[in-house]
Design a protein. Sequence first.
Length: 311
Amino acid sequence: MDVSLEGKVALVTGCGPNIGSGIALALARYGAKVAVNDVSKESVDACIARIERNGGTAMAAPGDVTDEETVKGYIGDVLAAWGKIDILVNNAALLGGRGVLDETAEAFHRAVTVSSMGTFLNTKHVGRSMAERGVKGSIVCVSSSNGWNGSAGVCAYAFHKGGVNNFVRAAAMDLAPYGIRVNSFTPTAPNPDNPELLAQWKREGRTPFGLRPGAAGGLGAPEGSDEWRRPARFDGPRNPMVPMGTTGTPTDIGHAVAWLCSDYARLITGIDLVVDGGARAKNFAYVPAAPADLAGPLPLITLDSTLLPGD
């Protein structure tokens, strides 16, 4: 089976250097022309450069996904340049946040607005462009394990990712008569593999997961020294929690999303595709074998020709 997106046009929102950039690169490597969106010009420029140095075709579609006129504007730019949009990936979101005892109303509102309005507005206007042109396209909304399971310290993120999951099912029913498919995709804390991002984190002395030196406790860390506070997470030694030994990388996500957007997936709509090494399937009481005893997955099929730091 030769998955090809040749002749297709894609729009990816939230093209930051981790998941968004990985998906955009994969769609381009499989043959699509890719328009990349973000509010950050630096992120847009870096994503385009990454696609182009790997032989792909890309254009900028900058702007705030929560503003309807802005969304209509950059979608119009893509249509003017390339005539249609076959693929939409709704990835724009605000990461992190705080737990329910400490999150601010302003931060909660902004996080939920970016995800909800961004997903809705882009789906609405790209969906209309598909229907008007007879394009039997594919729309993928990026969810998260936090949309399905509880995790301390990310109440706003969990709220809006949970909303994405049911939006997908509703939108899939609305757009099915037009041959347009709508699905969600759930990654689980992937290991970054963008060479530029890894090089930046190395310069800044961050961990492979992007934590700054001295960062305490993870997402569920207490925000203050109040006597009544209890730790949200166990900081001691942990057994490996993922059955396959890894949650994968943005490249793994990109391969899967590219297939989901291909013609081979023509009847797949209203579902959630999970790529997480078995993390979500695992019963809470199940502890996988030690890392040395795990066979692990097949070698990663890389998409970025740039050497990783240290290669």
